[in-house]
Structure formats: C-alpha cells, structure tokens
Design a protein around this ligand. Structure first.
Ligand code: UD1
Ligand code: UDP
Length: 358
C-alpha cells in the first residue's frame, strides 16, 4: 500500500508524527510538505524533535493570499500525485494544505483519508470551516477525534467511511509529555516559576487582523501580568500584527518567538492558566488539567467547555479579566479525546480498506 501524506502547517507536523510512526512499518509512506509554514520554529523544529522523516517533497509554496496559496499547492500536488500514483492521500486538519491535498486527489480519482474529520465551529467566517467541510465531503475515509465530530458529519449526510478513532494529538502528547519534562529548559530560560505564570497564544485572523480585538487582548494581558508573569510565544502572523500596532509590552508580559513542541508541552503542563485561540492548545490544556480561557466566541472542542475546563471569553477585555481571576475548575478532567492509540486505529483502517477508483 502506497500512502501519500500531506502536511504544511505547524499543527499538521504534530498530528502526522504519531501516524507516520505507526504507518511506516505497515505501508510505504511518501511525505509531502507544501511549505505553507517554513520558518525553523514553525516547521523544521517539529521534524527534528518528533523524528518525523525528511519530506520526500517540499513544494516551498510559502505565504500568500488564500486563493494563490491554495492554487499553487493544487498545481504542484497534482504533479506529485501523477508521478507517485498513491493508493491513498492522507490529509490532516483544516488548513489550506489540507484542502489543496484533498482537491488534487479527488480530481485524479485517488481516495482521500482525512484525519480530524467532522469538526465544525459553525462560523463560516473562519477559513478553516470551509477547508474542513470541503475536505470531509471529498473524503472516502474520515477519522473523527470525537463523537461530536461523527454527529456533525451525520447531520451533513456523511456516514460512509466515518470512524471514531480518537485524537492523534493525544497520541503525540502522551508520547512526548515525559520527554518534555526531562529535556525542556524553557521555564528556566524564560525565568518562570512552576505553576505561577500564565501562558498565551493567539493567531486566528479574527484576533490578529482586527486591531480593536488585538488591543483588547493585549490590554487584558498587561493587567493579568501585574499579578503574575505572562508568557506569549507569538505566531509570526501575530508578531506582524502587534508590530503594526506599534505596541510595546508592559512589565511582566513577555512576547517571545514560537517555541518547539517539547517547550510548549512543558509550558502548558506547568502553567496556572492558558489563554489561547488555538484548537490544539485548548485540548492540550484540558489533557494537562490546566484551566483554559479561549479567545473566541465558539469552539470546535465543545467537550472542553461542557466538562467545565474551558470558557469562551472572546476578545472581551472585562470577560478575560473576570475569568482570569475567578475561573477555578474543580476535580480531575474526565479522559476525553481518546486513549493515545488513535494513530494505530487509523493505520489499521487505512491498510485494510482496499480503495475503489485506482
Ligand atoms: C494556518 C492555518 C490555520 C492554523 C495555523 C496553524 C490556513 C487557512 N490557516 O494559519 O488553520 O491554525 O496555520 O499555525 O491554512 N508566516 C511566517 N512564517 C511561517 C509561516 C507563516 O512568517 O513559517 C507568516 C506570514 O506572514 C503569513 C502568516 O504568517 O502570511 C500567516 O501564515 P498562513 O500559513 O497563511 O496562515 P496561519 O495564520 O499560519
Ligand atoms: N505549538 C507549539 N509551539 C508554539 C505554539 C503552539 O509547538 O509556540 C503547538 C501546540 O502545542 C499545538 C499546536 O502547536 O500542539 C497547535 O498549533 P496552532 O496553535 O498553530 O494551530 P491550531 O491548533 O489552532 O490549528
């Protein structure tokens, strides 16, 4: 079985690592990196730390408007698919790389398998919402992290090929959490004390591209930083947006470069509180039992909110501050999102389902 896996953006490297590890002994994997993310700290660091094999293809597509970026990927992926003739194309998540991969494959009648299928925010203004829905409707095999995702697909009439596998990000976290504890010195580097700092990430266009929202978030962070240190590894999109505001952080608020996976796991595990608009980090906070304030109005990971470990605060300055002071979830969070063996289930399904159409 020949499987061509497509990745391109930070969370996809993390998701692909456990799948590739399980896949390689069972099938021939060809790895394609679209080049959507390209800075060392957004791409190569994850290949190094997670021992992901060197991509067979790096398309070097880089940044650009959605149409151009996705279009260039589509053209180049098609060329690779024609050359490689895989039995399956495997795509991850909801980025432009995901959609380009799925679209290139279906046009050539190559079956598509989608890891992290069925997620919905029900916010059509998010670029990811289109990428997810279009990819799911093109896919032949749909690997869902949660029952909510299975239900979302059923409401859209997608039932064939749908499997509840659990979340491969749980696999990655379980595999690397102890290693992070052992190897990461990020707390010492950033002068942070165990359990006594707040960790922040934000990169959604809704927050970075709207100066009113971005200023409200930064103002709230400055107030939180009066009580305890706040560390904010900023995505390049966010760094550019902050530079446009001509903003200088006040005391206690450290805005730093993005960190690698082991460092971010160590930062999350030992934080008192996490503020984020990242999908992956809402789950990781939950798995570590760290309270999370989500800087959005909705989430795909509704289970974290229902379980009482995540609050949607948007970019509302007062709501952020109120929740930062008062939110203290009690008890241990129940195990959600799988048992750390999602990748094995995915590989089993992929290798035992003979695709049609090739
Ligand atoms: C993309 C995904 C988003 C995902 C995120 C993960 C889409 C539509 N969005 O958003 O779903 O949550 O990745 O991080 O696919 N940049 C650099 N260096 C890099 C990469 C990006 O400087 O290595 C800057 C560029 O200015 C670029 C901007 O970041 O224009 C945005 O990058 P892009 O890949 O278009 O979208 P993300 O915001 O990263
Ligand atoms: N992450 C990281 N370094 C950082 C910020 C995030 O390794 O500086 C990890 C994070 O722990 C999670 C993944 O990147 O595993 C999430 O990616 P991101 O927030 O970029 O995208 P999203 O999950 O929102 O699609």
């Amino acid at each position: 079985m020949r499987i061509l896996s497509i990745v391109g953006a930070r969370p996809q490297f993390i998701k692909a690592a456990p799948v590739s590890r399980a896949l390689r002994p069972a099938a021939h994997e060809v790895l394609l990196h679209t080049g959507q993310h390209y800075d060392y700290g957004m791409s190569a660091v994850f290949f190094d730390e997670l021992h992901i094999p060197e991509p067979d293809y790096n398309l070097g597509v880089g940044s650009g408007p959605h149409g151009r970026q996705t279009g260039q990927m589509l053209i180049r992926i098609e060329e690779v698919l024609l050359q490689e003739q895989p039995d399956w194309v495997l795509v991850y998540g909801d980025t432009n790389s995901t959609l380009a991969g799925a679209l290139a494959a279906v046009k050539l009648h190559i079956p598509v398998a989608h890891v992290e299928a069925g997620l919905r925010s029900f916010n059509r203004a998010m670029p990811e919402e289109h990428n997810r829905a279009l990819t799911d409707h093109a896919a032949d095999l749909l690997f869902c992290p949660t029952q909510t995702a299975v239900d979302n697909l059923a409401r859209e009439g997608v039932v064939a090929g749908v499997h509840l596998t659990g979340d491969v990000m749980v696999d990655a976290l379980f595999y690397n959490a102890a290693l992070a504890e052992e190897r990461s010195d990020v707390l010492a580097r950033l002068n942070l004390t165990l359990g006594d700092y707040v960790l922040v990430t934000a990169h959604r266009p809704r927050n970075t591209d709207d100066p009113v929202r971005l200023r409200a978030i930064l103002a709230a962070l400055e107030e939180i930083a009066r009580e305890r240190p706040v560390v904010f590894p900023a995505h390049p999109r966010t760094r550019h947006a902050i530079e446009m505001l001509d903003y200088r952080p006040g005391p206690g608020l450290q805005i730093v470069e993005p960190v690698g996976y082991l460092d971010i796991l160590a930062l999350q595990k030992n934080a008192r509180l996490l503020l984020t608009d990242s999908g992956g980090m809402q789950k990781e906070a939950y798995l570590f039992g760290v309270p999370c304030l989500t800087l959005r109005e909705e989430t795909e990971w509704v289970e974290t909110v229902e379980a009482g470990w995540n609050i949607l605060v948007g970019a509302d300055h007062d709501a952020i501050l109120r929740a930062a002071r008062e939110f203290r979830p009690q008890g241990a969070p129940p195990l959600l999102f799988g048992d750390g063996h999602a990748a094995e289930r995915i590989v089993n399904l992929l290798c035992h389902i003979v695709p049609d159409g090739v």
